[in-house]
Design a protein around this ligand. Structure first.
Ligand code: SME
Length: 156
């Protein structure tokens, strides 16, 4: 995946964010855009911290196979690890990571990127790929930029 494709997506997200009606609309736009444009992003979704119980991540808009993991405690899964560590987590082979909570048997690798607003983690973007080692430095940079757009939107 060439970086210009990432740059186009970021530009489209910024344009949409400037006039998005609410967070849900922006998240729906993002998951649709990203799964349509990037073939190896096979599951793309948001988990947001429950405002009533910040020890739980709650599934938001997503594209891909339905998952039983609609509420994930922050001390579980790759998703929980990204919140606990406060940074992006990349897993090249999910079967080799004891933290991994299985969603689809087709998933081979995963990246989870925290979203921050006003300096605090409020949620994350979670992406699964059917390919091993799918997520490289340019995916990380791209998804961290997407997370920043979401965070800035929430700060407004
Ligand atoms: N694999 C994640 C759970 C979410 S599903 O992939 C959609 C994890 O280990 O936290």
């Amino acid at each position: 995946m060439a970086d210009p494709a990432f740059a186009d997506i970021v530009a489209e997200m910024r344009r949409f964010a400037a006039r998005a009606e609410d967070l849900n609309a922006l998240q729906e736009f993002c998951v649709e855009l990203v799964t349509t444009r990037i073939p190896y992003y096979n599951w793309v979704g948001f988990y947001m911290l429950d405002p009533g119980d910040e020890s739980i991540l709650v599934l938001g808009p997503f594209r891909g196979a339905p998952t039983e993991h609609v509420r994930i405690p922050v001390n579980e899964g790759i998703c929980g690890a990204a919140v606990a560590q406060g940074e992006t987590v990349i897993v090249d082979d999910v079967a080799a990571d004891p933290r991994y909570l299985a969603c689809s048997i087709e998933t081979k690798s995963e990246i989870v990127v925290p979203i921050r607003a006003n300096g605090r983690i409020v949620g994350e973007i979670d992406i699964d790929s059917h390919a091993f080692n799918a997520f490289r430095a340019h995916d990380r940079r791209f998804l961290e930029e997407c997370a920043e757009i979401l965070g800035e939107y929430l700060e407004k």
